[in-house]
Write a protein that binds this ligand. Structure first.
Ligand code: NAP
Length: 486
C-alpha cells in the first residue's frame, strides 16, 4: 500500500465553494486496482447535484468574468505554489487510485505547478485584432473595427482515468485562466486526484462557484451536463465512442474533443535501429500503454525488421512490472482487472490470426506483462482498434507508399512518429502522415504541455496546450465604431 498519505482527501462534491454530500446521500469507495484496498470515498452525484453545480457555475461565471486578468493570474500563481508543496501526497493518492507507478505519478503531478503557471500567463494575453475596414470597398475611414475576447461562461470539463492530474489541469487551468467557471466531472475510477486539485484552487482563493466538481457515473451525469443550455463550452477527453455521444447531444456549443487513437511509428531502412527500438520500448509501455499517444503500431521495412525486433524485445522483456507503490516498479496495473482481461484477449485474438507474441502478454490480476507482437495484419483489430494496453504490434511495409498507407490506415489520427536519418524522408512524412502531432526520430509519446495538441479524424476536434486551449475557451466579439464622415 506504500507510505501513508499526509493529506485530507475531500470526500464530497464541490458545489458553490462548499464541500457537500450528494443530494441522495449516496457515496462509494475508490479502490486500488493493484490490491483492492480502499483509497478514499466519494459522493455519487445525481440529477439534482448537476442542477446545483450548473446554477453555482452560472453565478461563479459572472463573478469571475468581472475579475481582471491580473487578479485571476494571482489566484493561479498561488495555486501553482500550493500544488508544488503537495506533489508527494497527491502523487501517492494518484498512484494508489490509478495503479500507475509512484515514479510515474510523481512525474505527472510534478508538472502541475508549471501547467497552472503557463495557463495563468496565457489568460493575461487575450489580445484582439485591429480591422483594416477601409480596405473593404465602400467603407470609409470614419469607422474603426477591432476584436475583443471574452470567456465562454460555463465550461463543462470531462476527463478520463489515465492521467488524473495532467488531463484535469489541461482543462481546468486554461478555463479558469480565461475567466470561465467550470463544472468538472473526473473519471469514476480516479476522482480523488481531481478533488485534491480542486482543494488547491480553493485554498488559493478562487471565488465560490468558479470551480465545481461532480463525482459519479459519467453516462448519466455526462448526458445531463453536455445537453444543458447553460453550458457554452464542453472540453472532453476520453474514448471516441463517448466523444461521438457528446457531439450528438451537445447542440449549439463550442466543443473540444480529445479522443482515441492507434498511433503508428514508421522505421525506415536508414534509421538508427537501436535508437528507434529504445524509444519504442518507452513509448509503447509508459503508464502500462494507457496513453492516447502510446505507440500501438510499428511499421518497419522488411530489410531491417529482424534487427529492429532483436533490439526491441530484450528491452521490453526487462521492464519490471509490480506493486505501483514500490520504487523499483517500472510498470503498474491497468485501470481495472476487466481492462487487463480485454487487452489480454485482444492479444490472444491476434495470435489466433497468425501473429506471434515475442515477449510478454501474460495476464495476472489487473496487470498484463509488456508485449511485443510481430507479424500483425494491419487490417486486424489489434492494429485498427485502440488497444490502450502494454503491447506493440509490429508489421512490415515494402515501400514508402505502403508504409504511409498503413500509418494512415486506421480511423484515427492523433500522433505518429518516423525514424530516419534522411531529412527528405522526414519532410515527406510530415506532409503525408495524417496525425495531429508528428515526431521525427521519436515516438508519439512525447508532449510539452504548452504545444498545440489534438487529433485529426476520429481522434478529435480542437487543440489543447495552453495558448490553444485559452483561445478555444474564449469567444471573439467584433466591434465597429461608426463615426461621421468628415
Ligand atoms: P471514457 O470511457 O470515454 O470516459 C472518459 C470520461 O467520460 C469519464 O469521466 C467518463 O465517466 C465520462 N463519460 C462516460 N460516459 C459519458 C457520457 N455519456 N457523457 C459524458 N461523459 C461520459 O474514456 P476512458 O476509458 O476513461 O479513457 C480512455 C480513453 O481516453 C481512450 O480512448 C484514450 O485514447 C482517450 N484519451 C484521449 C486523449 C487525447 O488527448 N486524445 C488523452 C487521454 C485519453 P466515468 O468514468 O464515470 O464512466
Amino acid at each position: 500500500m506504500g507510505e501513508p498519505v499526509n493529506i485530507t482527501i475531500p470526500d464530497r462534491l464541490l458545489i458553490g465553494g462548499a464541500w457537500v454530500p450528494a443530494a441522495s446521500g449516496a457515496a462509494e469507495p475508490v479502490r486500488s486496482p493493484w490490491d483492492g484496498h480502499v483509497v478514499g470515498e466519494v459522493a455519487v452525484a445525481g440529477a439534482p447535484d448537476v442542477q446545483a453545480a450548473l446554477a453555482a457555475a452560472e453565478r461563479g461565471a459572472i463573478v469571475w468574468r468581472e475579475t481582471p486578468a491580473f487578479a485571476r493570474m494571482d489566484v493561479l500563481s498561488r495555486a501553482a505554489a500550493l500544488v508544488e508543496q503537495r506533489v508527494a501526497d497527491i502523487a501517492r493518492v494518484l498512484s494508489a487510485e490509478n495503479g500507475k507507478t509512484i515514479t510515474e505519478a510523481r512525474g505527472e503531478v510534478g508538472r502541475a505547478a508549471d501547467m497552472i503557471r503557463l495557463a495563468g500567463y496565457e489568460g493575461t494575453q487575450l489580445y484582439g485584432d485591429t480591422l483594416p475596414l477601409d480596405a473593404n470597398r465602400g467603407t470609409g475611414r470614419d469607422k474603426l473595427g477591432f476584436t475583443v475576447r471574452q470567456p465562454c461562461g460555463v465550461v463543462v470539463a470531462i476527463t478520463p482515468f489515465n492521467y488524473p492530474s495532467l488531463l484535469v489541469l489541461h482543462k481546468v487551468a486554461p478555463a479558469l485562466a480565461a475567466g470561465n467557471a467550470v463544472v468538472l466531472k473526473p473519471a469514476r475510477t480516479t476522482p480523488l486526484t481531481a478533488l485534491l486539485l480542486a482543494q488547491v484552487f480553493l485554498d488559493a482563493g478562487l471565488p465560490d462557484g468558479v470551480l465545481n466538481v461532480l463525482t459519479g457515473p459519467g453516462a448519466s451525469l455526462g448526458d445531463a451536463l453536455v445537453s444543458d443550455p447553460r453550458v457554452r463550452k464542453i472540453s472532453f477527453t476520453g474514448s471516441t465512442a463517448t466523444g461521438r455521444r457528446i457531439a450528438s447531444l451537445a447542440g449549439v456549443k463550442k466543443l473540444s474533443l480529445e479522443l482515441g487513437a492507434s498511433c503508428p511509428v514508421v522505421v525506415l531502412p536508414d534509421a538508427d535501429i537501436e535508437a528507434a527500438a529504445a524509444a519504442v520500448a518507452l513509448g509503447g509501455y509508459v503508464n502500462a500503454g494507457q496513453v492516447c499517444i502510446s505507440v500501438q503500431r510499428v511499421i518497419t521495412h522488411p530489410r531491417i525488421n529482424g534487427d529492429f525486433l532483436d533490439a526491441l524485445v530484450p528491452k521490453v522483456a526487462a521492464i519490471r512490472v509490480g506493486d505501483p507503490a514500490a520504487e523499483t516498479s517500472q510498470m503498474g496495473t491497468l485501470i481495472t482487472a476487466g481492462e487487463a482481461e480485454r487487452v489480454h484477449s485482444a492479444i490472444r485474438s491476434a495470435t489466433a490470426q497468425g501473429a506471434s507474441v515475442l515477449t510478454g502478454g501474460t495476464l495476472d490480476g489487473a496487470t498484463v506483462s509488456p508485449a511485443v507482437i510481430a507479424g500483425v495484419d494491419p487490417d486486424s483489430p489489434l492494429a485498427q482498434e485502440e488497444l490502450f494496453g502494454p503491447a506493440v504490434a509490429v508489421s512490415t511495409a515494402p515501400d514508402w507508399a505502403a508504409a504511409i498507407a498503413q500509418a494512415n490506415g486506421t480511423g484515427y489520427g492523433l500522433g505518429a512518429g518516423i525514424f530516419t536519418s534522411d531529412v527528405s524522408g522526414a519532410v515527406r512524412a510530415v506532409r503525408d502522415i495524417d496525425a495531429g502531432v508528428i515526431h521525427v526520430n521519436w515516438t508519439p509519446l512525447w508532449r510539452a504541455d504548452l504545444m498545440p495538441y489534438g487529433g485529426l479524424k476520429a481522434s478529435g476536434i480542437g487543440k489543447e496546450g495552453f495558448r490553444s486551449a485559452v483561445e478555444e475557451m474564449t469567444e471573439v466579439k467584433t466591434v465597429i465604431l461608426h463615426g461621421r464622415p468628415w
